[in-house]
Design a protein around this ligand. Sequence first.
Ligand SMILES: Nc1ncnc2c1ncn2[C@@H]1O[C@H](COP(=O)(O)OP(=O)(O)O)[C@@H](O)[C@H]1O
Ligand SMILES: [Mg+2]
Length: 269
Amino acid sequence: MTRLDLEGVGFVYPDGTRALDGVDLTIGAGESVAIVGQNGSGKSTLVRHFNGLLRPTDGRILHDGEDVADVRTAALAARVGIVFQNPDRQIFAGKVRTEVAFGPKTLGRSATDIEAATRDALAAVGLSDAADANPYDLGYSRRKLLTIASVLAMGTPVVVLDEPTTGQDARGVARVQQVLAGLVADGRTVIAISHDMRFVAGSFSRIVVMGGGRILLDGPPAEVFAEPAWPVLASSYLEPPYAARVGARLALGSTPTETALVEALAARG
Ligand SMILES: Nc1ncnc2c1ncn2[C@@H]1O[C@H](COP(=O)(O)OP(=O)(O)O)[C@@H](O)[C@H]1O
Ligand SMILES: [Mg+2]
């Protein structure tokens, strides 16, 4: 299992844009963490540092306490799998099963392992029936699920999803939630970027709020969505979930999810 540590990480793009500024972050093995924040706050740039796609301009990245500056990106990709925001920038194969088999193949797995990993990953995202289809004959929602399957098939201890629910219909969102729950149950680390506050409050035990390339808040949903934190959320153009706003209005304390709201109401009697 892999613990991720970022120590004073800064990142400046070649054009001079500073995207990250003094980021300190530790994510332990098996944690489920959501990263939220306005567009341009540095979320995608941050996660690309987890597997060496980007290397920090300042500071260090550690995997299980070891600085990865000299570890090749190919080796880091076996530890941290990233599902990108736009599926069409990730998909390259003409057949669904070939697309999913590519990852485990690059890791040098045996043919039997590749076949099993491909089958299991397609089943996990509900695409078993589409194994022989052309990815571009699938709708957007299913193409996104396909890119999730491609990363699942690699069996990395850390899985990162950039905006997994954006553009998904309700069934797709439910499927993504099910996949995340399965990963967490397996003890894998799950990190997701999302704009959907209801989804993050219900599916993650920790929420990191970013703004201007920095971490503004970091804590469990009940803390990050509690009323005192609302001005900080607003500074990154975020609104607490509806359940949190209703709970605060009724003076029930912090109720980030509908379940928490119902429980608080029942407890009050
Ligand atoms: N390839 C790039 N070149 C230059 N600037 C970039 C590039 N990608 C992102 N940026 C800039 O870096 C900042 C952070 O972007 P990004 O990490 O994509 O934020 P988010 O994922 O939170 O929307 C923004 O100011 C964005 O415009
Ligand atoms: Mg992004």
